[in-house]
Design a protein around this ligand. Structure first.
Ligand code: PGA
Length: 247
């Protein structure tokens, strides 16, 4: 069975003006022979410039969201085709900040995943429980439910990654215990095998939520953790490279 190729992706969220492109260049320059695929997902306004700045390097670029349609009267939205046109290879979908702040349901995320595939992008599909759900003992059921609801059958035979990001760990400095991460990643792996058969073993399951150079090595060693989705610590090349180097 093919082991997943690890992926370390940086999610810049709504951060970064033109001056920040220097950080992206510094990531590419400092990469060396990384053991992982490495990607940066800047705001849409920087995507084309970052893709140009990184062209010919090993660093991929990605979007942070896309609309389900390819084009049309959707003011303010960006389609998968547009992200690809701006140089993106990947797109983050179903991030908890989109699920909570923009009412994205599993069905909406699944429609966006189909759009990403149509546009030739590799989706990174995010799932994760809230603190209330974890305290109530529902974390495994919530997250595996999100996996089943957000990953359409069309993903069969396609490259994609799942990112487990407990909502309470994002930007908080808190992380689950290594045992809790392993328990969740094992459950997500089982769901992927159930949905996609053997192929489900070859897709990386990233961990996200307060990953930093100081905790990356121990998290990335956990069974079935196939990389990381990094927010705050991806904004500075030195921190991000410290995480990539921990693999
Ligand atoms: P964080 O964000 O690394 O700043 O916690 C992770 C994410 O939201 O993807």
């Amino acid at each position: 069975m093919t082991a997943p190729i690890p992926l370390i992706a940086g999610n810049w969220k709504m951060n970064g003006l033109a001056a920040a492109l220097g950080e992206a260049r510094a990531v590419a320059a400092g990469l060396g022979s990384a053991a992982a695929r490495v990607a940066l997902c800047p705001p849409a306004t920087l995507l084309e410039r970052m893709s140009s700045a990184l062209s010919g390097t090993a660093v991929l670029t990605g979007g942070q969201d896309c609309h389900a349609e390819a084009s049309g009267a959707f003011t303010g939205d960006v389609s998968a085709e547009m992200l690809a046109d701006a140089g993106a290879a990947l797109v983050i979908l179903g991030h908890s900040e989109r699920r909570a702040g923009h009412g994205e349901t599993d069905a909406i995320v699944a429609a966006k995943v189909r759009a990403a595939l149509r546009g030739g992008l590799e989706p990174i599909i995010c799932v994760g429980e809230t603190l209330e759900e974890r305290k109530a003992g529902w974390a495994l059921a919530v997250v595996t439910g999100q996996v089943r609801g957000s990953l359409p059958a069309e993903l069969a035979g396609k490259d994609f990654a799942v990112a487990y990001e407990p909502v309470w760990a994002i930007g908080s400095g808190l992380t689950p215990s290594l045992a809790e991460i392993e328990e969740m990643h094992t459950a997500i792996r089982a769901a992927l095998l159930e949905l996609f058969g053997d192929e489900g073993a070859a897709r990386p399951i990233l961990y996200g939520g307060s990953v930093k150079p100081a905790n990356a090595a121990e998290i990335l060693k956990v069974k079935d953790v196939g990389g990381a989705l990094v927010g705050g610590a991806s904004l500075k090349a030195a921190d991000f490279l410290g995480i990539v180097g921990a693999l």
